[in-house]
Design a protein around this ligand. Sequence first.
Ligand code: SAM
Length: 209
Amino acid sequence: MKYKKYYRKTSLKQPGVGEFFLNEIISKKPKIFLEVGVFHGVTGRNVCEVLHKIHGNDFKYIGLDLFEENEENVNEVIPNTSFSNPLKTIYFKYIKRQNPYSIEAVEELLKKFKNNVSLIKGNSNKLLNKIDMAKINYVFLDGGHEYKTVMNDLNCCNKVIQNDGVVLCDDYDLHQAPGVKKAIDEFVASNNYKCSIICNERFAKIEKN
Ligand SMILES: C[S@@+](CC[C@H](N)C(=O)[O-])C[C@H]1O[C@@H](n2cnc3c(N)ncnc32)[C@H](O)[C@@H]1O
């Protein structure tokens, strides 16, 4: 299945990475999917397309993101939201008149699946422990990249793994964010989980042993 970019920015931009990711989802066929770190919603839209092909309307996608830069989250790694392609800048600024990183823009990108989608705006350090993880089958963890945030997010998602689900973490190999690997390695060791480092060491897939 092809990973489409919808004229926006995404972390999974390198050739083959998006397709690798979608094949991981297809192999597990989750019904309730959580993405922590939605950004422009490109991965969210691709996930919804895949889950719709598998389950029809019987699936749910939940996406959590800050959806804005403010003084509270200056330490979080937020990807550069401006485009290098001037046509894309013109498209969003003058034609769509929309910030593609806003919750409204992501809602619009996902509107085809509006009955299946819940978007939440806020910080995972405050909100993730309020989400009922009991029914979630799959988490794509790609939000804050600070050690403390990744550890918080993994602990909040622990129930997903205990219930035979999967937590797929992005950027395990990202040298600019060493806290990601450190938090994952410690979390996996302390819970005695299985951790597969896949896709040229980019993703860490955490499951029950
Ligand atoms: C690497 S981007 C996500 C990319 C997206 N998953 C994709 O595939 O295109 C990281 C996102 O995490 C969000 N983020 C950073 N810290 C966060 C936090 N503490 N809580 C929620 N979202 C956070 C940022 O706003 C940013 O949109």
